[in-house]
Design a binder for this molecule. Structure first.
Ligand SMILES: [Zn+2]
Length: 156
């Protein structure tokens, strides 16, 4: 993805952006401070425009606070189900996605063709081992910390 492609995505669909695009943009901003700054500027000016053009109605603050309260309650309920000292299920899904995306980009990204050309097939073996180890570790940790949940769900 080039910088202009990333910025086009930000400008075209700032709301309801698919998660995959959000991750791609997020990954890009880690390595590209220019775009990170540009996206931040764009978001700040959008927020200013929205507040100035649509004055806040008196009841809005209350409804926002009520919404925040219910969100916090939901969060507390979720926390109660979370594994002690571990991540919530949503945390696991996000962690898994990040691992998968970073593996995919580091191995199948722009360097892949170059690397296989240079080191030939011998590169594929450590790559396979690394992916295997990471996925196995992730799977083992996930199952280990969700044992109770999984056994209830599948009646084990
Ligand atoms: Zn960029």
């Amino acid at each position: 993805m080039t910088c202009s492609e990333i910025l086009d995505m930000v400008y075209e669909e700032p709301d309801n952006m698919p998660l995959f695009n959000q991750i791609r943009i997020w990954l890009h901003t880690i390595f590209c401070p220019n775009c990170a700054q540009e996206i931040e500027r764009y978001q700040v000016s959008r927020a200013i425009l929205q507040n100035d053009f649509f004055p806040i109605s008196p009841g809005l603050e209350e409804s926002i606070m009520a919404k925040i309260d219910t969100l916090e309650e939901e969060e507390e309920i979720k926390d109660a189900y979370a594994v002690p000292g571990g991540l919530s299920t949503r945390g696991w899904v996000i962690a898994g996605l990040i691992i998968f995306v970073s593996l995919a980009t580091s191995f199948f990204g722009f360097d892949f063709r170059h690397l296989t050309n240079e080191s030939g097939i011998s590169f594929l073996l450590p790559m396979g081992i690394t992916i295997g180890i990471v996925l196995t570790t992730y799977g083992a940790l996930f199952i280990g910390s969700h044992l109770k949940e999984l056994s209830e769900r599948f009646g084990l």
